[in-house]
Design a protein around this ligand. Structure first.
Ligand code: ZN
Length: 283
């Protein structure tokens, strides 16, 4: 059998190989250069989305949401909106310089069936009136808004956008290498990458949320009451059927409540100090 012909001189790899090498090295360098620490929690993470892009997306999402619920947004002089504005501004003040540079907006949407709140990048926060099943007092409202404001301050949406882009980049590399990218690969990426990240963000926002409440003089223990009621409501709605933790974007309620109780104990001294400071400024 004759020996195989030698490869042509000067061209040992196909051209796409060099392209692949270039984008892999460039992408990896960009990824590591983007690392930063989260405020409050000091977690190291890549931040692949600029502040300007994040703010633009936040503005656009807020406008789209307000358009979607047009006619169901409570007017600014409504009692609940006034309370929300008061609580929101008080908590945002505790977020330091970063929070003060944002244009905060707080809206209430009349949707009795929606027991939820949401925050968009740049400081846009909405709550739905269905929350009143679980939120009965000002400090309980502060617990919910503290959580949402924490998502904004920790730039979780921007982190999530970067993480989605990174996953798509990884799939693109797989496809270039001729490896299969199908529904199963996408599902695996979601379960092993996106959802654990989302659960981590929820826990982080819970912890920072009670910290902001304590600093603002709201009893941080209110968060535990709110989540216990939410857990009861959720159980009623699902008729006892619960989603396994690894499939969920949010941590399970028992885990969340246990974490909150630990965080409340950590920030209690801040709450006591803040109550005392308020008393002395009054007398
Ligand atoms: Zn959240």
């Amino acid at each position: 059998m004759p020996p195989p012909p030698p490869p042509p001189k000067g061209r040992r790899f196909p051209p796409y190989f060099y392209f692949l090498g270039f984008i892999s090295i460039g992408g990896t360098a960009y990824y590591f250069a983007s690392f930063e620490e989260t405020p409050y929690t000091g977690r190291k993470r890549p931040m692949l989305v600029s502040r300007a892009t994040e703010l633009q997306i936040g503005e656009a999402s807020n406008k789209a949401l307000l358009r979607q619920f047009q006619g169901r947004i409570l007017p600014p002089d409504h009692r609940t909106v006034r309370l929300l504005q008061k609580v929101g501004k008080k908590l945002a003040q505790e977020g330091g310089a970063d929070a003060q540079n944002l244009h905060w907006e707080f809206h209430v949407i009349a949707e009795e069936d929606v027991m939820n709140a949401a925050a968009m990048p740049g400081g846009k926060v909405v709550i739905f009136t269905g929350l009143k099943k679980c939120v009965h007092t000002e400090e309980e409202l502060a617990a919910v808004i503290g959580h949402e404001i924490s998502h904004v301050l920790l730039r979780h949406s921007a982190e999530q956008m970067g993480s989605t882009a990174l996953m798509n980049y990884f799939f693109f590399l797989l496809a270039l290498l001729g490896l299969p990218v199908n529904e199963l690969t996408l599902l695996l990426g979601d379960l092993t990458w996106q959802r654990p990240n989302s659960r981590l963000h929820e826990k982080e926002a819970d912890a920072v949320g009670v910290l902001l409440c304590a600093k603002a003089g709201y009893n941080p223990a209110a968060a535990v009451r709110v989540f216990e009621r939410m857990a009861d409501e959720e159980l009623k709605r699902s008729k006892g059927v619960t989603v396994p933790g690894f499939l969920s974007t949010h941590p399970a309620f028992p885990e969340r409540i246990a974490l909150l109780k630990r965080e409340v104990e950590k920030v209690r001294p801040l709450y006591e100090a803040s109550k005392e400071a308020a008393f002395f400024s009054f007398t």
